[in-house]
Design a protein around this ligand. Sequence first.
Ligand code: ZN
Length: 63
Amino acid sequence: MIIRQLGSEIFEVKSESDEGKSYIVNLKERSCTCPSYKYKGFCKHIAAVDEFVIENSASQKFK
Ligand SMILES: [Zn+2]
């Protein structure tokens, strides 16, 4: 999954099913703009960003 950091707690995640689409994950609110989040209150994008943040903080300290 392609993840891009837009702000301190805002991330853009590219959709896997539709490459032209991307969703915005807000880690502070733990929300996402995808339809799955609206129905379930959770989605794989939030989980992916969680992993992304853990990997990043393990490999490089904040500058
Ligand atoms: Zn999502």
